[in-house]
Design a protein around this ligand. Structure first.
Ligand code: SF4
Length: 371
């Protein structure tokens, strides 16, 4: 109500950020909440134009997709002014792998110079932040030539960030880059030596996109995701990368996309096979419903109605993988020290209830299938 009152006095509401696409599925809310403009993409340059239009009393566009000259160069991106959420430190933008379901890849690749990263670290430290996340859609891409990671920029980056932060995580890394960096340079091990050497942390968290275990689907929707390895060896690349992470105490949250427009039941069974093969490696797996982004923007959103038997099997497999490793992670890595015993106990209790419930659900599903 207060917002609507202010709007009557000329206030404008502009929204943006990585999830702007969600508004396009709830156009009724755009009207209801009085949003004037949706900015889809990086806003540093267009926001100046929009502010000028507001000051000049011009009518604002309902939706802007930022492209071409409106995409900011490194020089156009100002330093952060205050502490960032979760101590997040952006190191680059864009990704060259061109996965068809991804909006990040539609933006050009730009690396932040180390002095800019250092200035932003100093802003965070001044705000009292001691722990943070290195943010890129593929941290190992920092300073890369094409899609091939290079040791020197990554080593310098990690030395710099650890100079300011006690503990760090990576926001995202690609599995092919993890495999390539380690096989070619032993680079993942070298980076983890830098991360762990001060004794402040003994593991590193990261989100990795597995997406699918199906070679057919991988070739169709993300032919460059496995590069420099062939798409035919994508499941092997996933397994190798998980092995490397396991050995280096990197704990990945591996996301998978369920319900892609071209997905067949056989593709889902290939993903189930991959989940089986990942069992020896410490990780949490996260199957997520397909949402239409990137080149798939105009496709249907996957809904519960389209779940088939293979999807249910996949979710069951993932559940048992996750509870198995969640217990290990809680015991060996998270929340060390007596202070955390009550929280650890609660988490363990939650896991044991979840396991009991899942067994009931499985028994119910099986009896239904037998009928
Ligand atoms: S590797 Fe990740 S960030 Fe890059 S295009 Fe594919 S999904 Fe997007």
């Amino acid at each position: 109500q207060k917002l609507l009152k202010e709007k009557k006095h000329g206030m404008k509401i502009l929204v943006g950020g990585p999830s702007t696409w969600q508004w396009l599925w709830r156009e009724d809310m755009i009207e209801k909440l009085g949003v004037d403009t949706l900015v889809d993409g990086e806003g540093e340059k267009v926001i100046v134009k929009l502010a000028q239009m507001i000051l000049d009393g011009e009518e604002l566009p309902k939706y802007i997709y930022v492209s071409g000259d409106d995409v900011p160069s490194i020089e156009d991106i100002p330093d952060i002014k205050g502490g960032s959420v979760n101590g997040l430190i952006e190191i680059m933008r864009g990704c060259a792998r061109s996965c068809r379901f991804c909006s990040v890849t539609l933006r050009p690749t730009r690396y932040y110079p180390l002095d800019k990263i250092e200035r932003e670290l100093q802003v965070n430290v001044k705000a009292g932040i001691k722990h943070g996340v290195i943010h890129s859609d593929d941290v190992l891409f920092y300073g890369a030539v094409g899609i091939l990671p290079k040791p020197e920029p990554l080593i310098k980056l990690h030395q710099l960030v650890k100079k300011y932060y006690k503990t760090i995580a990576w926001s995202h890394a690609s599995l092919a880059a993890i495999r390539y960096s380690e096989e070619k340079y032993g680079l993942v091990s070298k980076l983890m030596e830098i991360v762990y050497q001060d004794g402040n942390q003994n593991y590193l968290g990261v989100e990795v996109g597995i997406e699918t275990g199906s070679v057919r689907l991988a070739k169709e929707i993300m032919p460059a995701k496995s590069a420099p390895y062939k798409p035919e060896s994508y499941p092997e690349t996933v397994e190798e990368a998980f092995k490397i992470m396991h050995e280096n105490h990197i704990i990945p949250a591996g996301t998978m996309i369920v319900g892609l427009p071209e997905e067949t039941e056989d593709d889902v069974y290939r993903t189930i096979e991959l989940v089986d093969n990942l069992r020896p490696y410490r990780s949490i797996l996260v199957p997520m419903f397909f949402v239409p982004m990137g080149y798939f923007k105009n496709k249907d959103w996957f809904t519960r109605v389209k779940l088939n038997d293979a999807h249910i099997e996949l979710y069951k497999k993932v559940f048992w993988h996750d509870v198995y490793w969640a217990e290990d992670i809680i015991n060996k890595f998270y929340m060390k020290g007596p202070l955390y015993y009550p929280v650890k106990l609660t988490l363990k209790l939650f896991l044991s209830i979840a396991k009991r419930k899942m067994k009931q659900v499985e028994a119910m599903l099986e009896s239904k299938l037998r009928q």
